[in-house]
Design a binder for this molecule. Structure first.
Ligand code: NAD
Ligand code: UDP
Ligand code: UDP
Length: 318
């Protein structure tokens, strides 16, 4: 049943003015949904959703989900949370609050109006993993008191809350464990490796490799991720996750730097900086479950995704 007499499905996207959220909003509007985007603009930007502000099926509400929210919708995507290490370590207490108190509020909302709710969880719940690649059955190796803990433990607690609301209140939950995602609209100052390397290369600055660059990550283009999130939300109620969403092709950070230099034709030098504490040494998703349950896998190769991302940052810097 739709919450509005005249419209199609009405979908709430928290964090909808952020990097991933704004791409999700684009896709939901394209598919005919009505979208309510709730964001406090802590790391998001109106520019990411500016092209929808006059759209008849789009609504923006500036609101912090750590405070209760009373709205009527048909489904909730809960993405609100700073995601890059620089951003989430800027105000670590607030980071834990948004994952814990924010999730409780969104779960309370979903419970009151009986709608499915999807949580944007993260590969960070695996910490610095001892199992490689990581399957959903792995419980992780997380430091509870380190610099990354506000994010990692906040997201782990959010998963606990989602599963307890599911068991205790029969809520239809969907938990996605998202691995490193990149693409246009990444915040230029978020310090993440893809945006940092591209901006450094385009400016001809040195490329900052933390540690010796042998640590690995697996990079998923944002369009592929959004497709996975939508498939998960639309899957049968029995599919709760947690389910890994990411690209299983793994690169060392040094390889990524070399690819970015080659693609931009930059003359930048690679220089080494100290490795931040608790920086995971390797990360690659096992996506068998997503393949099996959602018939999902990424289609966009790193070089193709980087091309679009480089072009976005080139325009932004111009
Ligand atoms: P982002 O920082 O661009 O987006 C997060 C959005 O949430 C921003 O628009 C921000 O303003 C908003 N926000 C933060 N706190 C809020 C609050 N209290 N109330 C309302 N809005 C709030 O980050 P992103 O990369 O788009 O990440 C989106 C989600 O996906 C996050 O939950 C993140 O943890 C998760 N995730 C992202 C990645 C990735 O690689 N990008 C990987 C794993 C998980
Ligand atoms: N909540 C909300 N919107 C709603 C319903 C609930 O923001 O439409 C918040 C509410 O403020 C509460 C939280 O969600 O703090 C958890 O709600 P729940 O019903 O699970 O718990 P209770 O209200 O019984 O503590
Ligand atoms: N990294 C790097 N140089 C940078 C930014 C990041 O070498 O300028 C490294 C970072 O230490 C980590 C990897 O790249 O090993 C991915 O970092 P990011 O912050 O993008 O994501 P996360 O660590 O959360 O996976």
């Amino acid at each position: 049943m739709s919450r509005s007499y005249f419209s199609n499905r009405r979908v709430l996207v928290t964090g909808g003015a952020g990097f991933v959220g704004s791409h999700l909003v684009d896709r939901l509007l394209e598919s005919g949904d009505e979208v309510l985007c709730v964001d406090n603009l802590f790391t998001g930007a109106k520019a990411n959703i500016a092209h929808h502000l006059n759209h008849p099926r789009f609504e923006f509400m500036r609101h912090d989900i750590c405070f209760p929210l009373f709205v009527e919708v048909d489904a909730i995507y809960n993405l609100a949370c700073p995601a890059s290490p620089i951003h989430y370590q800027h105000d670590p207490v607030q980071t834990t609050k948004v994952s814990v108190i924010g999730s409780i509020n969104m779960l309370g909302l979903a419970k009151r109006i009986h709608v499915p709710i999807l949580q944007a969880s993260t590969s960070e719940v695996y910490g610095d993993p001892h199992q490689h690649p990581q399957t959903e059955a792995y419980w992780g190796n997380v430091n509870p008191i380190g610099l990354r803990s506000c994010y990692d433990e906040g997201k782990r607690c959010a998963e606990t809350l989602f599963f307890d609301y599911h068991r205790q209140h029969s809520l239809n939950i969907k938990v996605a464990r998202i691995f490193n995602t990149y693409g246009p609209r990444m915040h230029p100052a978020d310090g993440r490796v893809v945006s940092n390397f591209i901006i450094q290369a385009l400016r001809g600055d040195d490329i900052t490799i933390y540690g010796d660059g042998s640590q690995t990550r697996s990079f998923c283009y944002v369009d592929d991720l959004v497709d996975g999130l939508i498939r998960l939300m639309n899957s049968p109620a029995g599919i709760t996750g947690p389910i890994n969403l990411g690209n299983p092709v793994e690169f060392t950070i040094r390889q990524l730097a070399e690819i970015v230099i080659e693609m931009t034709g930059a003359r930048s030098k690679l220089i080494e900086h100290p490795l931040p504490s608790d920086d995971p040494m390797q990360r690659r998703p096992d996506i068998s479950l997503a393949r099996d349950k959602l018939d999902w896998q990424p289609h966009i190769a790193l070089r193709d995704g980087l091309e679009k991302t480089v072009s976005y940052f080139r325009n932004l810097l111009d």
